[in-house]
Design a protein around this ligand. Structure first.
Ligand SMILES: [Zn+2]
Length: 87
């Protein structure tokens, strides 16, 4: 029953640093005064050559021990809508 999170013996739940296992804090990635966004472009429209794209705000998780930062797209479903396929 207690086997769910015993990966590699770290014994830490979600939110722990993947590098050192330390505690992490949530943060927001900013670019200048604005929140940073990640942009994914889709396939160009054949006729007009318009490239659809979608954006998402970026959430960050910072390790308090080693400083490692992980980034997450907040609107993952929206981002995936425009993505044609992997490669
Ligand atoms: Zn760390």
């Amino acid at each position: 029953m207690a086997q769910n999170s015993g990966e590699k013996g770290r014994g830490v739940g979600k939110g722990a640093c993947p590098r050192c296992g330390g505690a992490t804090s949530k943060g927001t990635l900013k670019a200048g005064n604005q929140e940073a966004q990640v942009v994914i472009a889709g396939e160009p429209d054949g006729f007009l050559g318009v490239i659809p794209y979608t954006t998402s705000q970026v959430a960050a998780r910072v390790c308090r021990d080693c400083g490692h930062i992980e980034l997450f797209a907040r609107n993952l479903q929206d981002l995936l809508k425009v993505e044609p396929d992997d490669e």
